[in-house]
Design a protein around this ligand. Structure first.
Ligand code: PEP
Ligand code: MG
Length: 925
């Protein structure tokens, strides 16, 4: 008996609006569930019912409607007849219905809808009699025949449109509204003939047949190309929405006279978030007229004068909707002969500024809790508030598309090398640095540029990471662009960009435009500050920033960073006043020579750290010791070969000139420039370049990212790490002397074994002892390691013995786990892998929980077995990604670190991760 009940319940395929469970969106679709809920809370919804998504799945599986479905539908129609006093398919007062799709997730415009179903020869006469309006009736009929013909019978719109246009042409009118009843009657008859001609059968007069065909077509639309593409594009999986429900609802008409109207509203202004009546309406009109733009709709507030009673009802409807759903609603209504009906409601989509403002205000109005205020905002949405964006009204076609590597929009003159970018930037010009790919020595160009465009490299390429850190827009890997630095031009398809031409980048979409497109400024509002403070109070995870200059640290602080999680010291080496010293250090032939160069670097590094620590005080600053392979500080082999060739020619010229001068008895006076550079000068330059060339060749590696870098460098050239450690510790002493409370953390990159860590730790201990003795200050700092190799994850126990903190470098760890080159994968095969769903996301952007995440989980567990209170964070690019942050919270990390401008997003994501920790599941488990 019980089983029978369970079976019956499972098989219930149709629910009236009065009975359906308003929370069961999976079964009834979002629209259907809302119609049920609105009915049940007493809003005036036209009577109707919902056919479930299960019925849809069964139909798609069997290619036939479930057996009892139409009988249940008929019963429900009977109830509608009883409730409205109208009759379906007959009678003087016929019942007409709308048939709409609606799945668990809103897929705007992706599936089909049929209106005015129930019209046939007989009911048409009834409608004419009821309304006394022949024009209205034929207008409804011709719309129904076309819509039904298209959706249920598969007849293309053009077959109908040509008749429509022909009649309009003959009558000599342009707008549909100029047609009278006789024209619309003729059009209806022509449309019926189209159906006969195209299908070989008459338009169905049996209204139950109409209904069945309509239901089947809505079910089929779930697998239509539009819907399938939409689901793929927005990653809608079957566990999010599976099948569409069908909503069958009594038609109400806003176009039956001047006591009728139709409109759409938002419970608050979705553009500003202001708490006001917002929306538009038209009297004596159909819903589609409001959106079609044939007549200009009026703002809702005007209804207060035009239809005061209904306006008061509408205000009441709006208030009820908001207080019931505790969310901004986007609703549709119709007034039929003075009666207000609510036809639909759903959560309103708003821009970021409005979302933030409404969250704070709804909390203040006691409509929602703080938790709800935080949870209702998708952290990614905040991006809009943190960077300038392109004016949405500028409809210009892009000339190229690359990877959206760092958000924001900027315009400027394109410039093909960093030196010129710096020169023009300093003189006040706005420039965009355009390079095939950027290198560390381009850093001064980054400072000067408004944005960066590269034709190679992915989202973790040098250009992308540096631009993100600086909060500048970057489009990377725009492969259609060929940069020719020698000719000072870039080819983009059919366009040739000359140096100085103005372009605009949208780093949020990867689009590149010709000319200057207007931009909108970023807006870090008071409300956002309030919301993020609430977030910090809720979250377990701390949010740090990646920053390697005092300026970036200051910015990060403004964004609410609670410290620096990653300072890449190599960035400090690249500034134009330091690079020559760094090059001297690399070219050194002996330890002595190297130490001499390092002695010159030490005070500079110390000064950097003092400033950095002071800006962030009293928060921690994690300084990573030198990581990149040495060759990154030198020019490329090709560039050096060119320079050596040019210098050799020049030396010959200088030599030839001297020979010539020596052979002339009374040589003419030469301009100064010719006497300044002697052969000796040129020779020195040449020797230096040749040495560099030789060094570059010595340093050359087939896979430099897997080669002589990180702690391997620190062990082969211990004096480099010693200099950096000394600079950090001396900076700490200086700050302590000034009474500035600082928390430096020394971080070793690329570690694979505890012996490496022990090696560096010895240097740290020696220097600490020496400095403490000399200064009399007790040094307080942490020593730790990056975990960015697979081996480090497996050896987390011994590493935790000497490391006081771990920081997962998930850029390298992802590279190592996938065996994908992080420089190449993103613009070679990864997009194809994502499109064909071999991989759902780009693992360099979204943490791969199933692979890399498992290594992280293991390392966290093992590390904590040895050192229970070990501080653990993440500093790869994924550290700023909300979904990845959820995982970081789940595995109990202490902090995430991300580029400064992503800090607000990460703060909100950290709070949301905490609030939603109960329902987190590891994908695939
Ligand atoms: C990492 O590998 O995740 C990291 C932060 O270091 P980098 O990107 O500098 O290699
Ligand atoms: Mg790394």
């Amino acid at each position: 008996m019980q089983m029978q009940v369970a079976k019956d319940m499972k098989n219930k395929l149709v629910y009236s609006f009065a009975d359906g469970d308003g929370h069961n969106k999976k079964l009834l679709g979002g629209k259907g569930a809302n119609l049920c809920e609105m009915t049940q809370i007493g809003l005036n919804v036209p009577p109707g019912f919902v056919i479930t998504t299960e019925a849809c799945l069964e139909y798609l599986e069997q290619d036939a409607l479930p057996q009892e479905l139409m009988a249940s539908v008929k019963d429900e129609i009977g109830k509608l007849e009883a409730a409205t006093g109208k009759t379906f398919g007959t009678g003087p007062d016929p019942l007409l219905v709308s048939v709409r799709s609606g799945s668990a997730l809103s897929m705007p415009g992706m599936m089909d809808t049929i209106l005015n179903l129930g019209l046939n020869h007989e009911t048409l006469a009834g409608v004419i009699e009821q309304t006394g309006d022949e024009r209205f009736a034929y207008d409804a009929y011709r719309r129904f025949i076309q819509l039904f013909g298209k959706v249920a019978l598969g007849i293309g719109d053009e077959k109908f449109d040509e008749h429509f246009e022909e009649v309009k042409r003959r009558v000599g009118v342009k707008a549909d509204v100029a047609l009278d009843a006789s024209h619309l009657k003729e059009i209806s008859q022509r449309f019926l003939a189209v159906v006969r001609q195209e299908t070989g059968e008459d338009f169905p007069q049996d209204v139950m047949v109409q209904l069945q065909l309509a239901v089947e077509s809505v079910f089929r639309s779930w697998m239509g190309k539009r819907a399938v593409d939409y689901r793929r594009e927005f990653h809608i999986t079957p566990d999010m929405a599976n099948g569409t429900a069908v909503n069958i609802c009594t038609m109400v008409f806003g176009n039956m006279g001047d006591d009728c109207a139709t409109g759409v509203g938002f419970t608050r202004n979705p553009g500003t978030g202001d708490n006001e009546m917002f929306g538009e309406y038209l009297t004596n009109a159909q819903g589609e007229d409001v959106v079609a733009g044939i007549r200009t709709p009026k703002p809702l507030v005007e209804m207060a004068d035009e239809m005061p009673t209904q306006y008061a009802q509408l205000v009441d409807l709006r208030n009820k909707l908001e207080s019931h759903y505790q969310e901004i609603q986007d609703y549709e209504f119709t007034i039929e002969k003075g009666t207000l009906y609510c036809l639909q409601t759903r959560n309103g989509k708003m821009n970021a500024a409005a979302s933030v403002k409404t969250s704070v205000e709804m909390y203040d109005e006691k409509l929602i809790s703080r938790e709800q205020a935080l949870l209702r905002i998708d952290p990614e949405l905040l991006e809009q508030l943190l960077h300038p964006s392109l004016d949405p009204d500028s409809a210009v076609e892009p000339i190229a598309l690359g990877l959206p590597a760092s958000p924001g929009a900027a315009s400027g003159k394109c410039v093909f090398d960093a030196d010129l970018a710096e020169k023009l930037g300093k003189s006040g010009e706005k420039v965009i640095l355009v390079r095939e790919e950027t290198r560390p020595e381009d850093i001064h160009g980054f400072f000067a540029a408004e944005g960066i465009l590269t034709s190679r490299g992915g989202k973790t390429s040098h250009a992308a990471v540096v631009a993100r850190g600086m909060g500048k827009p970057c489009v990377a890997g725009a492969e259609g662009i060929e940069v020719d630095v020698a000719l000072r031009l870039a080819r983009v398809g059919d366009y040739v960009l000359h140096e100085g031409d103005v372009i605009t980048l949208d780093g949020g979409t990867g689009e590149v435009y010709l000319g200057a497109i207007p931009t909108q400024q970023a807006h870090f509002s008071e409300e956002l500050k309030v919301l993020l403070e609430w977030a910090d109070a809720v979250a377990d995870l701390k949010v740090m920033a990646d920053a390697d200059s005092p300026e970036a640290a200051r910015k990060a602080h403004e964004y609410g960073a609670m410290g620096i999680g990653l300072c890449r010291t190599e960035r400090m080496f690249n500034a134009s006043d330091r690079l020559p010293i760094v090059i001297d250090m690399i070219l050194a032939n002996s330890e002595e020579e190297r130490k001499e160069a390092l002695n010159n670097l030490l005070p500079i590094q110390r000064a950097d750290f003092i400033e950095l620590f002071s800006v962030m005080a009293p928060d921690p600053v994690t300084v990573r010791l030198l990581d990149p392979p040495m060759h990154e500080f030198l020019p490329t082999e090709n560039q050096l070969l060119e320079e050596v060739k040019t210098l050799s020619i020049y030396r010959d010229v200088v030599r030839g000139r001297q020979t010539a001068l020596a052979s002339i008895a009374s040589p003419p006076p030469l301009p100064e420039a010719f006497t300044e550079l002697s052969e000796e000068h040129v020779n020195d330059a040449l020797i230096k370049k040749e040495r560099m060339l030789q060094k570059v060749r010595e340093l050359q590696e087939t896979n430099p990212m897997l080669g002589h870098r990180g702690v391997r460098l620190g062990i082969t050239y211990p004096e480099i790490y010693a200099m950096q450690i000394e600079a950090i510790l001396e900076a700490a002493v200086e700050c302590a002397k000034k009474g500035i409370k600082v928390q430096p953390e020394i971080m070793v990159p690329q570690v694979i074994t505890s012996q490496e860590l022990a090696y560096v730790k010895r240097i740290v201990d020696e220097l600490t002892e020496r400095l403490e003795k000399a200064s009399g200050e007790k040094l307080r700092f942490k020593f730790g390691t990056m975990i960015e190799t697979v081996r480090a994850c497996t050896r987390a126990r011994p590493l935790a013995e000497s490391a006081e903190f771990f920081s997962f470098g998930t850029n390298d760890l992802t590279q190592a786990t996938f065996s994908f080159s992080r420089e190449d994968a993103e613009n070679k095969f990864l997009p194809m892998y994502n499109d064909s769903e071999i991989l759902q996301d780009n693992p360099f952007e979204v943490l791969d929980i199933q692979g890399v995440g498992q290594l992280i989980e293991m390392a966290v567990r093992r590390g904590r077995e040895v050192r229970e209170d070990i501080k653990i964070g993440i500093c790869g690019e994924q550290g700023g990604h909300p979904q990845s942050i959820r995982f970081c919270h789940h595995v109990g990390l202490t902090y995430v670190s991300c580029s400064g401008p992503r800090v607000p997003i990460a703060r909100l994501a950290a709070a949301n991760a905490k609030l939603r920790e109960e329902d987190f599941v590891i994908p695939g488990r």
